[in-house]
Ligand binder design. Structure first.
Ligand code: ATP
Ligand code: MG
Length: 272
């Protein structure tokens, strides 16, 4: 049977995850042509995106793998599919920032857009849907997590000044004991990609990552994808990532940037 026809185990806005018969340790990740912003409120179908996304992700993960980062990525199958280790995904989005952009500015209105952090900022967000976490109702989805030294966590709304907020929930979160290791991998990953993009003349301003536990080995792996939706990539003050789409740019202009980033990603890690 064609692996591309395997059983769908998850489908989101931009990807379909399929199981593979005979290989319960792997999944097939298919990219879709969909581009979304504002948690799906803005949505378009962009011809070519699945291919550019797969190329970018595979090139990024190949570089990270060579550098010793534990990644779920295994191998590319074709233009729009790659194999990855099957993971139980952790409910976190881990964001690493070299510069202040996006929602960070809402939480820290005193910080100027584009401000450069000499030490990387790392933030954890809880992945939630329909404003629920287990039995709890939340005022906002994807809250910011602040971990205490003892492993308990406080949740804050992600889009209001942090200084004026009380946490709306406190408790323990799954795998919070892995927090330091996740942060370590996230920082290493950022430094590798920042350097690789710098060599090509671009500034990696921030990115988002997701982690999972390998269902066979129990190893913690950098999973999901890292593509042009995952980061902010600039030259001067010009974005080459999804930011222009969020800001209402014409789809053809966004397309050209995605194609260019995919093409350039093949040179990541090369001594240009
Ligand atoms: N290696 C993997 N093993 C198992 N599941 C994976 C793996 N990589 C990614 N996933 C999961 O595939 C799902 C579909 O991805 P997609 O990004 O399209 O969803 P989404 O609409 O963005 O929703 P989400 O907010 O959950 O990411 C996600 O829940 C993601 O966590
Ligand atoms: Mg996703």
């Amino acid at each position: 049977m064609d692996v591309r026809m395997g059983e769908v185990i998850a489908e989101g806005k931009t990807k379909i995850i399929r199981s593979i018969r005979q290989r319960p340790d792997l999944v097939l990740v298919e990219s879709k042509n969909d581009i979304t912003a504002g948690d799906g409120k803005k949505h378009d179908v962009m011809e070519g995106k699945a291919e550019w996304s797969t190329a970018t992700t595979c090139n990024v993960f190949r570089l990270l793998k060579r550098a010793g980062i534990p990644v779920a990525f295994v191998d590319r199958l074709d233009k729009t599919h790659f194999y990855a280790r099957r993971c139980e995904m952790l409910p976190y989005e881990v964001v690493v920032r070299r510069e202040a952009h996006g929602s960070y500015l809402k939480r820290h209105p005193d910080v100027a857009k584009g401000f450069r952090f000499s030490e990387l900022e790392v933030e954890f967000f809880l992945k939630t849907t329909e404003k629920r976490w287990g039995d709890y109702k939340l005022p906002k989805d994807d809250p910011l997590i602040v971990f205490s030294a003892y492993g308990s966590a406080m949740l804050f709304p992600p889009d209001v000044p942090i200084s004026s907020q009380q946490p709306f929930l406190a408790g323990t979160l799954p795998y919070s004991n892995k927090r330091d290791y996740i942060e370590f991998i996230a920082r290493q990953t950022f430094l590798i990609l920042e350097k690789a993009w710098d060599a090509l003349g671009f500034r990696l301003a921030d990115f988002k990552e997701e982690f999972g536990i390998d269902v066979e080995t129990g190893e913690l792996l950098l999973a999901d994808v890292i593509d042009n939706d995952s980061w902010r990539l600039l030259k001067g003050d010009r974005y080459f990532d999804k930011q222009n789409y969020r800001d209402g740019a014409l789809l053809d202009a966004v397309k050209a940037d995605y194609a260019r980033v995919a093409e350039l990603s093949a040179q990541l890690g090369c001594d240009s």
